[in-house]
Design a protein around this ligand. Sequence first.
Ligand SMILES: [Zn+2]
Length: 440
Amino acid sequence: MEKEEFAPVIKELMTQLAGKATEGQVAKDLDRFVNTYGVTLTAAKNGILKKYGATGRSGGSFVSGNAIIKKITELKGTEMNVDVTGKAIFSEKKEITARGVGKTIVSGILGDDTGTIPFTVWNDMEINKGECYTFRGAYTKKWNDQVQLNIGIRGKVEPAPDAKFTVPSNAGGSTAPVLKIGAITEKTRNTTVTGKLLSVDPRNITVKGEPKTVYGGLIADDTGKIQYTAWNDFKLETGATYTVKNAYIRSWKGIPQLNLGDRCEVARSDAEIKVAADKNTRRTVAEIMKTGGGLDFELTGLIVDLRSGSGLIGRCPQCNRTVLNGECRTHGKVEPIMDLRLKTTIDDGTGAISVVIGRADTEKLTGISLTDAQKMAADVSTTAVENKMAAAVLTKQITVRGNVMSDDFGPQLNARSVELKPVDITAAAEKLYGEVEANL
Ligand SMILES: [Zn+2]
């Protein structure tokens, strides 16, 4: 163990020793115990406390040298030092960036006879699916109402080859909540949903050098659609309705996706599913901001802004990205393909969202064709095109439909279809007059 890793341990010991030893003495002892004698951190802490005659205060924030041992369903989310033994049901390494430095951590799901719990080990180590481990000196936290097990700098994970667990399929506090598809957000961890399969596409991928077939597609209920990936062959059929128990959620660009893994149970369902009509995938901007992203959302609002990059643009013939002054960031000087686009901001009263509208709908909304725009740009300027388009669309009410993705700049809807919804001022006035008159 490195010096920096000892710092929080020394701090903890110093409060418990209450002046009975100096920080230098404690640091030296700790280093000797752990690095020279190779004892566990828990034993080292015990030894040091004993050596200086510190007697543990009962209760309070005092962390006893011996971690308490708990079963998974006994974990409350407030444990500071706990030992848990279980079987790794799922385990994967993740690359993260902590304080600007890349780091590998391990996350997964641990199960015992009472239930399951998601875990994170904050350093790189081998935790193999199907094998048993004791998580020593772990701490727990509650996130989204779910308790999580963590191994930080003061804990460690030891193989427990003699342990045997029969993990209940739907155990205790970790039961996946039953959700409607429309209620799944990028923060959902796991869920049970019932929906109709709209498509099943097998894909051949390579996992750890081995070829594997996974199945992907769309599943829908009356509140929305979601992409799914089945990591095993559940013999899924398009058009059939299934209840998917204990699927876990992974998000890509803010769009939640359903994963059917080893822990997942898939069963045919007799439920009558009315696949979301477009009116059911309607969202307000506030709702979209909460979800982060999703498929096939419909939104109605006013175009309140047209941002730069709207109007006549050039695209790289190789990568389709927009070019600036005839230059692609990747491919250098190119002969751009001309295109039209509107980068709008749409406000529906609950919030504002970026909506990008492609060429066909831009022509429809503005009444300016690509040929018109190119002519105007040659005669006057591209700014003139942008200004004329702004005049045509600003404060218009439109209904847009498309997928919403999130990046560092927030969610953005890429319009697949656009409909102008004229605000009927006369009708609105007559309705108001009628209401006023009725009250006279
Ligand atoms: Zn390019």
